[in-house]
Write a protein that binds this ligand. Structure first.
Ligand SMILES: [Fe+2]
Ligand SMILES: [Fe+2]
Length: 156
């Protein structure tokens, strides 16, 4: 019997490659969230924090959320991905949008900033760790690569 050992990084790279575009955006967004949470904890410059979170939503996150709704969700439905998972993602997107609208309306409230940033962080983590892992189990790699190409075409 021949056993081929692949280095762990190689497996991981292969594993990540098919969903690279979204995964990279999740990583960037989670780093931003961490910065925001630090600012919120220090409670300095209340309206400055709000402006930065609103800019993050307008310039980065909104494009990501729109692209997932336009491309990723229909892709999951097409591949009969468990309905309850897709539903959770949709509901969380709705809540993210709702909170973003409140941020737009000059609601200066650390509780709101915190709720928005924590939800975005937790949602990105859920997609990356639970959804993507499950996608790799149930959807053929060439289909996933095709999804990645579509996502790259609309990448922010
Ligand atoms: Fe999402
Ligand atoms: Fe996402």
């Amino acid at each position: 019997m021949i056993i081929v050992f692949l280095p762990a990084e190689e497996l991981f790279m292969e594993h990540a490659k098919a969903l690279q575009v979204l995964s990279r955006q999740h990583k960037e967004d989670r780093l931003k969230c961490r910065e925001f949470l630090k600012d919120i904890q220090q409670q300095r410059d209340k309206s400055g924090i709000r402006q930065r979170i609103v800019q993050f939503w307008k310039n980065e996150l909104q494009k990501h959320v729109d692209a997932e709704e336009a491309i990723l969700f229909p892709f999951l439905q097409k591949h009969h991905f468990p309905f309850n998972f897709v539903n959770i993602l949709k509901r969380e997107h709705d809540t993210i949008r709702l909170l973003a609208e409140r941020l737009h309306r000059q609601d200066e409230d650390y509780y709101l900033y915190n709720a928005f940033v924590k939800l975005v962080d937790q949602h990105s983590h859920f997609e990356d760790e639970i959804i993507f892992r499950k996608m790799e189990e149930v959807i053929p790699p060439q289909e996933l690569s095709q999804l990645n190409v579509s996502m790259a075409a609309v990448a922010r």
